[in-house]
Write a new protein. Structure first.
Length: 265
């Protein structure tokens, strides 16, 4: 059953191929979302391998090319799902004056000025900061940070769902996910993320001092969670809870913040 929940999470949170599953595999949405960090690990591994391949094959290795390939690959592998949530969230919060109007704007598929600015800013900031990481850190450290940021950003998403209620009255897939995710599911996801981080550190730790990576990782993850907590607070005040768009925005916002912090080290 656990492997089925992982496949279900992979099929929902990415466009990567997954086996055809029965409806039963999708019913426990909280347990399903617990596997989000592992989905993030699969996505980040593919993105990192793509970036590393071009970085290694280039006559003059370019951190900018590696960063751009990573960001584009992540956006493609997730169908732009989280980026769409970021744009809709900023459009709604920036253009709506009450709960009903905010939710109406967030449901609209068109992107407004606030959403476009958020989208461009996030992509630009992530690319610049990731390029800085690849340029200023050792290659093993850059690979480690690239692998872990998407893992913990998906853990942030589980946190957002576990500690909030769904803002809309009508039920949907996002509503089932938010209402079905409990604090225990966040603990499962956090434990899984820490296990993935430990495994990555063990695999790459022979190439550089592990102690040197712990401080920037801790600072980045703490900052990412703080940014998501602030977004959750704003969302509760504006619309009384969170939506699927806010969950997606939490992923993108936390990634941008974590990469910014990592670029400062």
């Amino acid at each position: 059953m656990l492997i089925q929940r992982f496949w279900a999470a992979l099929s929902i949170l990415s466009l990567l191929p997954a086996p055809r599953l029965s409806d039963e595999a999708y019913r426990d949405s909280g347990a399903l979302l617990s596997f989000a960090p592992l989905v993030g690990a699969v996505i980040s591994l593919l993105c990192t391998l793509s970036a590393l391949s071009l970085y290694a094959l280039a006559k003059n290795p370019s951190p900018w090319l590696a960063a751009a390939v990573f960001v584009i690959a992540e956006a493609f592998l997730t169908r732009g799902f989280h980026l769409d949530g970021l744009a809709d969230t900023f459009d709604g919060f920036g253009g709506g004056w009450n709960k009903e109007r905010i939710l109406e704007i967030m449901r609209d598929h068109a992107i407004g000025s606030f959403g476009a600015l958020a989208l461009i800013s996030a992509l630009l900031l992530k690319t610049v900061c990731l390029a800085s990481v690849w340029q200023n850190q050792s290659l093993p450290a850059a690979i480690l940070f690239s692998l872990l940021v998407p893992v913990f950003s998906r853990t942030v998403m589980v946190y957002q769902a576990a500690f909030n209620v769904y803002a809309r009255d009508s039920q949907s897939l996002a509503g089932n996910v938010v209402n079905g995710t409990q604090q225990k599911h966040f603990l499962y996801a956090a434990g899984l993320a820490l296990f993935i981080a430990a495994a990555a550190l063990a695999a790459l730790g022979l190439k550089f001092p592990v102690s040197a990576a712990l401080e920037p990782i801790f600072a980045a993850v703490l900052s990412g969670f703080a940014a998501a907590a602030l977004l959750g607070l704003i969302s509760r005040r504006k619309i009384g809870g969170v939506t699927g768009d806010v969950l997606g925005a939490s992923v993108e916002l936390s990634e941008a913040v974590m990469l910014t912090v990592l670029a400062l080290f």
